[in-house]
Each structure stands twice: as structure tokens, then as C-alpha cells.
Design a protein around this ligand. Sequence first.
Ligand code: GDP
Ligand code: GDP
Length: 455
Amino acid sequence: AAEEGFDVEDVEGAIEAAGHGPLPVLAVVGRPNVGKSTLVNRIIGRREAVVEDKPGVTRDRVTYEAEWAGRRFKVVDTGGWEQDVLGIDASVAAQAEYAIEAADAVVFVVDAKVGATDTDEAVVRLLRKAGKPVVLCANKVDGPSGEADAAYLWSLGLGEPQPVSALHGRGTGDMLDKVLEALPEAPEQSFGTAVGGPRRIALIGRPNVGKSSLLNKVAGEERVVVNELAGTTRDPVDELIELGGVTWKFVDTAGIRKRVHLQQGADYYASLRTAAAVEKAEVAVILLDASDSISVQDQRIVTMAVEAGRAIVLAFNKWDTLDEERRYYLEREIETELGQVAWAPRVNVSARTGRHMEKLVPAIETALAGWETRVPTGRLNAFLGELVAAHPHPVRGGKQPRILFGTQAGTRPPRFVLFASGFIEAGYRRFIERRLREEFGFEGTPIHISVRVRE
Ligand code: GDP
Ligand code: GDP
């Protein structure tokens, strides 16, 4: 490194930064209008307010990345709340439940000016049941005179209320310090229990693609009743299913089976549920309806799984309904609409007839293998050396930026850091990614490549 003009510390720092595993997840929950969205904006440091006054607004983005005191984590915003037919308590509880399931720690926001309501008590019961660390945020304490209001919230039995003004930023730093104490360094639920335990699958897809049918088909008699396998935690929403002689954990299956018809906010619930399932899983099996056009909603789900860095399998369902013509157009659509996951293994199935169900497990195993692939540094650099010699970066402004060396900083998914003598253009980065895939496989996994340029 030194002879190439890089500082050793610089190189180590870059590798460490790129090598971080999945981030721990913080959920922000509470009743409508207590200031959750305002607080989330504070936490993620977004300047503009995204507080929505319009009823019926659905947001497709529910998770954000944040950093405090040098630690990074994800925030799940449940501010897109919509009251539905269930009534206020049940609606708040339902949205909080999804978020809490996926979280490593929770910030429970209460409006200190209003005090604890019955709905707040309902959320407290959920939090108790979940047993996750909770930081109680007494919001709307805009000045010292509000501190007394915050103190009343001791009655919730969740420990010390943190007086905060999400609007003005008062007290948010102290609250975030508490959050960091509550958050594990690495997400426990995703990875702490992984060793020796069953692999975790999220079966996701927009409504009506056949998730529930597929789950019933694969589960059939294969449902594993005993929930006491080594390394598994008891979680009523997850289901152990034996496929191909191996036990798998399908996460958040309650969400799939639940048939609650929501008048409003259904899209929001669906996004939140998908995000929660993806966070808990190692591999996402994305179900698409082969008989129907690939939609923006399908693409959003794909993007969510890619951004979360999960292994990915594409399963095209309802294959039994396809005629010659539809099959032809589907192939064209896949090329144009799903280019971002051209590397994902694909299976064409029918939950109705059982067609190709046996291909699901090999595809999942392929994707997980790609996700965990580690390329030894020597091999990587031999490959990079040949590549750069055969296909140099285009000359820019009389200079030719060069990739000098690289290393794989992490897996799950594979993350690379490349060290370069100058700015490497996006096109060349894509070229490198393509060649890395050709050389080393990485089927079914996103890969991250970051480039450090010598000062
Ligand atoms: P959510 O429904 O829980 O996401 O709540 P919002 O973030 O949309 O906030 C609801 C209302 O409370 C908005 O009008 C905010 O401006 C206001 N609000 C949020 N935080 C504070 C605060 O710390 N102090 C005051 N005075 N108002 C706040
Ligand atoms: P979910 O909302 O994704 O859980 O979808 P469901 O499992 O409820 O399925 C939606 C509809 O598609 C139901 O009417 C199913 O019977 C139907 N369906 C599911 N899988 C298949 C399939 O492979 N072939 C056909 N023809 N219909 C299917």
C-alpha cells in the first residue's frame, strides 16, 4: 500500500468502513401526531420537513440510514400511519408491531403535552411482549417548563422519559446517546442467531402474486412443529419449514397469512411489512405474477431487497396460466424492467400445480452461496492486474486513472474496496462489477464496490 502512495491507516480505515456488516435497526413508533416523522427527520439529519398533512398519503420508503457519534444504524419510520377499519388502537398497534419485530431497539414517542393515552398503553403492552430495548421519548418538550410533563410519563413503566423537542432539536442528542446504549453493535436478530440455526427466508411480493398460496404449498406437511431447534428464537410470526431435507425459517409468515382488509393505508402496511421481513432475512424470495405485467411496485420491492443487501431469488408464479405469447413478452419485460437484478437466479413456478417447487431450494442455496463468497486478496489482485492491463480506464484530461489494488472487505453481501490513482468513472465501475461477476460468480447477490482515490 505504501509504495502505491496510500497511507496504511487510510487503507485500513477504508477496509473497515466498507466491511461493516448489516446495520442494527431502530424503529420509531407511537400514535399519530406525536411527532414521529419530525423526530425521524432529526435523527437522519434531513433538513426539509417531510411531515405530511394530507390524509391518505402513502410512502414507499420506510427505512433510512442514520449516524450518531460515529455509529451507523437504520431507522424505520412508522409515520406513514393511516387509521383503518380496525380502529385507532388496533391500527397503531398493527403498524408498531411490524416495526418492532424488525427492530433491534425501539424509540417510543409520546406527546408529553397530551400525556399517556389508552392507545399509548396499548403500544406499551406490545413493547413489553416484544422484550426489545426501549427508549421512551417524551416529545414536544420545547422548553424547560415542559420537563414536568415529561416526568409524568414515568407512569408508563418504561424507565426514564427522555424530554425532547423533535421540532427544535432540544434533548435529541441525549436521547440518541440512550439509543446507542440500547442498540447492539450488529443486528442481533439478523445475524447473532445465525450460526447453526436455520437460514432465514423472506417471501415477499406485491399483493395477490401468490405468496400465501406458495407458502401453503411448500409448507404442506413439511411444517416443522418443534420450534426448539438450536439457534432459533421463538417468534410466532416465523415458521420453520423443511424443504429439500433442510429446515428453513420463513420470516414474518403471519404477515403473509393475515387477511386483514384495509380500506386505507394498505400500501403503507405492505411496504412496512416487506421492509420488516427483508431486515430479518438473509435471502429474499421475490415472488412475481408471471401472468401480469411487471409493475413499479414489483420494482420497488426488488430495490428494497437490493438496497438491504440481501441474497435474492426471483420466482415467477402462476406459470400454469401462461400461453406462448405471454411467455414471449414476459422475457422482454424481464430484460427491460428487472435489469438491476439480472444476476438473480430465477425459477418459474406455480403455487397452484406445484410446478418446479423443487427448484426453489437450489436457487436459494445458489443465492446464499454467492452472498457469502469471499475472494482471496491474491486472486482478486491477480484478476484486477490483468483486467486493468487489458482494459485500461479511458484517459481523462491527459491522465489515466488506474486501479492499483483491491480487497474484499466483507461478505453477506460481498463488499470490495478498490484503491485507485484517480477518479474512476461510473461506466468503468460497472465494467469492473460485470467482470467480477463473470470471474467469481456472485449469482444471486448484490455486490458493493467502493473506490478510494489516492490524495
Ligand atoms: P407523526 O404523525 O407522529 O409522524 O407526527 P409528525 O411528525 O407528523 O408531527 C405532528 C405534529 O406535531 C406536526 O405539526 C409537528 O410539527 C408537531 N411536532 C412534532 N414535534 C414537535 C415538538 O417537538 N414540539 C412541538 N411543539 N410540535 C411538534
Ligand atoms: P398473496 O396476496 O401474494 O398472498 O396471494 P394469494 O396467495 O392470496 O393468491 C392470490 C390469488 O392468486 C389467489 O386467487 C390464488 O388462488 C391465485 N394464485 C396463486 N398462485 C397461483 C398459481 O400458481 N396459479 C394460478 N393460476 N393462480 C394462483
